[in-house]
Design a protein around this ligand. Structure first.
Ligand code: SAM
Length: 537
């Protein structure tokens, strides 16, 4: 099957795209108006045909369609900026009330939906922070879904817990997943860890092999410490380093440069135990040099713990690293460490200034998570593609295959006599009767009663039936072809037909006959579809 295609809106440095490509999807275009994000995207994902530094609010979907040479895309993904919804802002009251309306970034989801409405992908996935659920009393959460439904999508909102998907980071995100209304089946996205993910890796598994640094130390490009790596792998295993970070594909170590800190901050850092924040430290009597207002008691510093998941890597890391102090070294995390905690492979480079590195890394969908999302989307689309290849039938229920048809039919056969058959509920009788059509395309209901007397025991090859119930094959009446065991069933069908309990379509059930033929010979499906299109044109 050809790869499914997608476009990535508000693509940042390419976290979403990278994971989807690992899942086997193909990116046709990506758009972001941020210069540094686009520079990183192009450096690492240079095969993507269109990587545009453009404003999504101004660039039109038809312009994009022209550039990529198609207006047919399987999937649209994107992470409209989330600052407007972020719960971080709730503390100062800005996530609701007047200022909410002023933040134009909150409406960028509408541009996302505009692209969805134009390209009509089979599936869309929009990623956002959890804060969107509560922003303005849930108004935006509702609006995203309502407006996507109006564009012709069945929408589902789902929270993903990245720890459960193999990220060494506490990160929970809101996904909005839409499936086009004309496609069969609901998408219940059971997003499972990507096959190469490890179960609950710790922060140390992701960064413990990296060369030790002091605050302000490090080069943009340097060598790995192979001795340290060897010791690390012996103790913690290879999985995160080799499968997720793909370190063997990276010749040199990049972006492992620690930011400088003031001497006062460094002395304060040194007072923190592993896994502790400044509030907890003060609770046990530690006095920091930083002039804390003891009433508000803000937790200004956090030292991460080696054997736990790291706190959520945020774009704010670009401002300072005080909440991300290294577990054992007296400094904040480097961009490479942040990238590793976000599951970016080591070969993924960030050839931009350090502040921008932190921002694009913190903004990204972790590639390991988008890979898991991509696998779920791909499985779903492939399933629905198979289904929409099937013909739609007008009578229901039809058996899903021969095995079920035999089971349904046996419910009638086992009713033993005409009295018991009469008592069977309509649904049970109908599905059994449709199964007759499904299993025996050559039998005609009209000849079922007038079957003559000559019988034969010669068994026709009908594998499933033979396995499950040989009586359904022989003996049979030679003249009509009806199996003897079905004679009472046919009589009961006639009775119900004459009593108007079965209508013409149900009694003659040619739909069931076609369904059975298509089931045994899938190459018939297209032909039947064409015939029907002609008939209903
Ligand atoms: C949360 S980040 C998306 C990260 C991305 N999904 C990833 O996995 O790397 C949001 C992005 O939207 C971009 N952005 C914000 N407003 C935009 C606009 N009007 N047009 C294009 N990009 C915009 C920002 O530059 C930022 O990179």
């Amino acid at each position: 099957m050809k790869s499914l295609t997608f476009i990535d809106l508000f693509c940042g440095c390419g976290g979403f795209t990278l994971g989807l490509e690992h899942a086997g999807l193909k990116c046709l275009a990506a758009i972001d108006f941020n210069e540094e994000a686009i520079a990183v995207f192009k450096k690492n994902l240079s095969h993507v045909p269109q990587v545009l530094k453009s404003d999504v609010t101004k660039f039109t979907p038809s312009e994009l369609a022209k550039l990529i040479g198609t207006d047919r895309i399987d999937v649209v993904v994107g992470g409209p900026p989330c600052q407007g919804f972020s719960t971080v802002r709730q503390a100062d009251g800005a996530n609701h009330g007047k200022r909410l309306v002023e933040d134009a970034r909150r409406f960028l989801y509408q541009d996302f939906i505009r692209y969805v409405a134009f390209f009509k992908p089979r599936v869309f996935v929009m990623e956002n922070v959890l804060g969107i659920r509560s922003a303005s009393g849930g108004e935006y959460f509702t609006r995203v879904q309502k407006e996507a439904r109006a564009a012709g999508y069945r929408v589902h909102a789902q929270v993903e817990d990245c720890v459960e998907l193999g990220l060494p980071q506490k990160r929970r995100r809101q996904l909005f997943i839409g499936t086009r209304l004309d496609l069969p089946d609901y998408f219940h996205p059971e997003i499972k860890p990507a096959p190469r993910a490890c179960v609950h890796p710790t922060l140390w598994e992701a960064i413990g092999d990296l060369p030790a640094l002091k605050a302000g130390e490090g080069e943009e490009t340097c060598d790995y410490d192979t001795v340290r790596r060897k010791a690390h792998v012996e103790k913690y295993g290879r999985r995160y380093l080799y499968s997720v970070l793909q370190i063997s594909r990276a010749g040199k170590l990049t972006a492992h440069r620690a930011r400088p800190h003031s001497d006062r901050d460094l002395r304060d850092f040194a007072l923190l135990k592993e896994g502790e924040n400044s509030k907890e430290a003060m609770d046990r009597g530690v006095e920091f040099e930083f002039p804390y207002d003891k009433k508000t008691f803000k937790d200004r510093y956090t030292r991460q713990h080696r054997s736990e998941a790291c706190s959520t890597i945020v774009a704010h890391l670009s401002k300072d690293g005080l909440m991300f102090i290294h577990p054992t070294q007296n400094r904040s995390l480097t961009p490479r460490e942040a990238a590793r905690i976000q599951s970016f492979p080591d070969w993924f480079e960030f050839p931009i200034a350090r502040t921008h590195q932190f921002r694009v890394i913190g903004n990204a969908v972790p590639p390991l998570i988008s890979e898991a999302i991509g696998i779920a989307v791909k499985n779903h689309i492939e399933k629905t593609m198979k289904k929409s290849k099937q013909v739609k039938f007008f009578i229901q229920p039809l058996p899903s295959g021969e095995k079920q048809a035999v089971q349904w039919l046996m419910e009638l056969v086992q009713a033993a006599d005409s009295k018991a058959l009469r008592k069977l509920p309509s649904d049970t009788f109908k599905r059994g009767w449709f199964s007759v059509g499904f299993l025996y395309p050559g039998l005609h209901p009209d000849s079922a009663i007038d079957h003559g007397t000559e019988m034969s025991n010669e068994v026709v090859n009908h594998s499933e039936i033979r396995k499950i119930e040989p009586r359904l094959l022989a003996p049979y009446y030679v003249e009509s072809g009806w199996p003897v065991v079905l004679a009472p069933v046919a009589r009961e069908a006639w009775r119900r037909y004459e009593a108007s309990e079965l209508n013409d379509d149900e009694f003659y059930c040619s739909e069931a006959v076609v369904a059975g033929m298509c089931d045994r010979n899938p190459t018939l499906v297209d032909e039947v579809k064409r015939e029907r299109e002609k008939a209903f044109a």
